[in-house]
Design a protein around this ligand. Structure first.
Ligand code: 4AD
Ligand code: MG
Length: 461
């Protein structure tokens, strides 16, 4: 007999059969005649109830079966008389793998999320984080499935790079130089020719530039990997290490890029609703009563598509007092984005054609010379969930922009080559994976949707 996962045990066919289950004790209660253990093995939010007939077991047998202990039980699966479960296991055999004494931090229910963040090594054993992590895993699978079904190739772009894609200068430097004793050149500057790669390198902020190389060869690619930003943004929506999905498609216009983004996000949400119903229901009941409704609403409704200039007009006319002023040219803050989405349109909005000054160098210039073919997808509760654009495919225009922004040319020669040899219109975007997980789980802090968050002053675990 091989052990059965709890997720597979709630089946009528197994009733009357012998089963073996393994997991961690959530609770034990009972009296001198019978003891009940709620066992969870992480495969589902549901516990399996184990019933110990105290004529067959002694108090001493069960003494170490306490909250947090890991056990194995062999017994008969029977229909349950009690409330709250359909089946239970009548225990015949018990083995204790590992005990947990009363210093085990996940004892009680109802710990705050802040407390659990400090115990991130054990919080996956709670209902909440079990649910979040299973949903996160399902969403990652859905992402691969979506692109695979559409003939996209999964391209692995480097994590260590010498170029700053977003031009924001928020990169984590990678070096093997001895920081206590830095080599200097004649000008007194650090001599990076002696560093590991012979030049200054950093962790990537985006795989896009290499993604464009892939798209202009394979047609349609996506990346899905970790991304690093050394921004000192201590907000509920920023991580220093997050995962990003970046599709890039040759011949796609900005309109097709928007279609892809909308279809993609809806597909992921539908997948989660179908495959994570128990976990989403749990989060809906315990954290956010409108979660399921909101997810279905997003799936069932078209996203609004609106130029930035129109968005700013709406914000200006709103009469609303924002913390940050809004005017044409301003980089929109989360409060502005959420006003448009939650109060004005009451649905997701794709904002397009932003002023070139607030967007990255690679975006295609519009004929007005002032705006670029950018698109940000704005979501309720989240704000920006996707950022993307059509790319500037014209060599001269791209070069002019690079020079205007003083981006070091020597770092960009290979990128410019795509515009010298068989250049094509192409578009892509980046979805912040944790922002998607935030939306689907209804959690409100991004630190609670990644197993081990990396934020300023925090790299524990
Ligand atoms: O808007 P961003 O900076 O766009 C890019 O990096 C482009 N190269 C994408 C592309 O066109 N291929 O980032 C894309 C998304 C954002 O919309 C947001 O969801 C997420 O990445 N993101 C973050 N998520 C968590 N923590 C952070 N610090 C994030 N910064 C961006
Ligand atoms: Mg952005």
């Amino acid at each position: 007999m091989s052990h059965i996962k709890v997720v597979n045990i709630f089946s009528k066919e197994l009733i009357g059969h012998e089963v073996e289950v393994k997991g961690w004790v959530r609770t034990r209660r009972g009296n001198k005649y019978v003891q009940f253990v709620a066992l969870n093995d992480g495969s589902t939010i549901k516990n399996i109830q184990i019933v110990f007939d105290m004529e067959k077991f002694t108090d001493d047998d069960l003494r170490l079966v306490t909250t947090g202990a890991a056990i194995r039980v062999v017994g008969t699966l029977v229909e349950s008389m009690g409330k709250g479960q359909t089946v239970e296991v009548q225990a015949a055999e018990l083995e204790i793998y590992g005990t947990a004494d009363d210093t085990y931090p996940m004892q009680k229910k109802g710990h705050t999320l802040e407390f659990l963040r400090e115990k991130a090594h054990l919080r996956p054993r709670t209902n909440t984080f079990g649910a979040v992590l299973r949903i996160r895993s399902a969403l990652a699978f859905a992402i691969h499935r979506f692109f695979n079904e559409r003939g996209f190739f999964y391209l692995h772009t480097p994590l260590i790079t010498a170029s700053d894609c977003e031009g924001a200068g928020a990169m984590f430097q990678v070096t093997t130089l001895d920081l206590e004793n830095l080599p200097r050149n004649e000008e007194g500057k650090v001599d990076y020719t002696q560093d590991f790669f012979g030049k200054m390198t950093a962790l990537t902020v985006s795989g896009q530039l290499e993604g464009e190389l892939g798209a202009t060869a394979l047609g349609a690619i996506y990346t899905f990997g970790p991304t690093f930003r050394a921004e000192r943004s201590n907000t509920p929506r920023h991580l220093a290490e997050f995962w990003m999905i970046e599709p890039e498609v040759a011949f796609n216009t900005i309109a097709e890029n928007m279609d892809l983004a909308e279809e993609f996000i809806k597909y992921c949400i539908v997948h989660a609703l179908e495959h994570c119903a128990d976990d989403i229901a749990f989060l809906n009941d315990h954290f956010d009563n409108e979660l399921i409704e909101r997810l279905k609403f997003v799936v069932d409704n078209d996203f609004v598509r609106l130029p930035y200039t129109e968005g700013v007009k709406i914000l200006e006319a709103s009469g609303k007092k924002f913390e940050f002023p809004v005017y044409w040219g301003a980089d929109l803050q989360s409060e502005h984005e959420r006003y448009l989405v939650e109060e004005h349109f009451r649905r997701p909005v794709i904002l397009t054609d932003y002023p070139k000054e607030i967007k990255a160098f690679y975006m295609k210039m519009n004929d007005d010379g002032k705006t670029v073919r950018a698109m940000d997808v704005l979501f309720p509760k989240i704000g920006e969930i996707i950022g993307g654009s059509e790319r500037e495919e014209n060599y001269d225009k791209l070069l002019a922009r690079i020079e205007e922004l003083h981006i070091p040319m020597k770092d960009m020669w290979w990128y410019l080559d795509t515009r010298r040899f068989g250049t094509v219109p192409h578009s892509g975007f980046g979805l912040g994976f944790e922002r998607l997980v935030l939306f689907v789980t209804g959690m409100t802090n991004i630190r609670d949707v990644i197993p081990f968050p990396r934020t300023p002053n925090n790299a524990e675990f």
